[in-house]
Design a protein around this ligand. Structure first.
Ligand code: ADP
Ligand code: MG
Length: 306
């Protein structure tokens, strides 16, 4: 297959090592793999025609069999999807699809979707006015989590222990942007009293890897990029079924589903449409298993279904 990998890597930076590794593995399997930095595409749109250029040279998206979309999800707007749209217009499948990404990138929408599936989720409140803080205080108890709807890598998730912290944090957020919509959540405790969560890597309709992430001493967040310790994990049947139900309902071909294992079963946090590869690869790689290899094989399979 001819595979293109679209990344958000900026011109000044090198591709992430795991993206380079995907290219090496793909080429070892006889595929042609090209890596792209989204910001190096430019586009001329005219009546009845669009011309795409990559690094100043005319670019024909229809040469590709399939595109792996690794664009970052931090941006609230989807303006950077102009390249994805050109691939789709040329009939080239893009994994994950923009539709599924739009659902997963918005944590509030994701929770609404999971809630309607009957999945146990982190109870979350939305407030828009200072006077609504009292409603929260009646319903929830400390510690509480405050979370940006579009955050990622743990960087927009806060922990507050009391009313003073809650009020001053919300005041700060609304001072930066009075229209900011954020989540207030119960702090979910793990069944084993550790501060941990599970990351389940779904490819197609299959769970191909799962790990437990335990926080570092310095942080309550269990993100790998925040120093969490990662370890391969086994899942219960219920956890597996729910992860697959979620990824399928979102229409995600590749998904990182996160939950906390509690005394009352799994409580789901979020779904990642562009799940990190480093932590999960480290936790699950063996002589006979490499998550990157699985991704290449799956993309080749999908291309054949086209
Ligand atoms: N409601 C919660 N209760 C307990 N821990 C949480 C809660 N929400 C988030 N966390 C912790 O913070 C981390 C980051 O939060 P998450 O919602 O996954 O945002 P991000 O998209 O930035 O990874 C999670 O992996 C988890 O360890
Ligand atoms: Mg997360």
């Amino acid at each position: 297959m001819r595979l293109g990998i679209l990344t958000a890597t900026i011109t000044e930076c090198d591709f992430f090592p795991n993206i380079i590794e995907l290219k090496i593995i793909g080429e070892r399997k006889g595929h042609k793999v090209d890596l792209f930095k989204n910001g190096e595409f430019n586009l001329i749109v005219d009546t009845n025609s669009t011309k795409l250029y990559y690094n100043g040279k005319p670019f024909d998206p229809s040469c590709y069999d399939i595109i792996l979309n690794r664009l970052s999800v931090r941006e609230k707007s989807n303006a950077e999807y102009y390249v994805v749209d050109e691939f789709l217009k040329a009939g080239v499948p893009v994994i994950n699809s923009p539709d599924s990404i739009m659902k997963a990138r918005n944590k509030l929408l994701s929770l609404q979707i999971m809630s309607s599936l009957g999945i146990n989720i982190t109870r979350s409140a939305i407030i828009r006015r200072p006077e609504d803080i009292d409603t929260i205080l009646k319903e929830f108890s400390f510690p509480l989590i405050i979370k940006n709807i579009f955050g990622s890598l743990g960087s927009s998730t806060l922990l507050v222990y009391d009313t003073k912290q809650l009020i001053s944090t919300i005041d700060y957020i609304w001072n930066v942007n009075r229209n900011e919509i954020f989540l207030i959540q119960d702090f979910i405790k793990s069944d084993d009293d550790t501060v941990s969560d599970f990351r389940v890597f779904v490819l197609g309709n299959e769970i191909i890897a799962s790990m437990k992430r335990t926080n570092s001493d310095r942080d309550f967040r269990a993100n790998y990029k925040k120093g969490a310790h990662v370890k391969k994990a086994d899942l219960t049947i219920q956890e597996k079924e729910q992860c697959l139900l979620i990824s399928k309902s979102f229409g995600l071909e590749i998904a990182g589903v996160d939950f906390i294992r509690t005394k009352d079963g799994p409580v789901f946090l979020e779904v990642n449409s562009n799940p990190g590869l480093d932590g999960i690869r480290l936790a699950t790689k063996t002589e006979g298993f490499d998550i990157l290899e699985k991704i290449i094989v799956r993309l080749d399979h999908l291309k054949m279904k086209k």
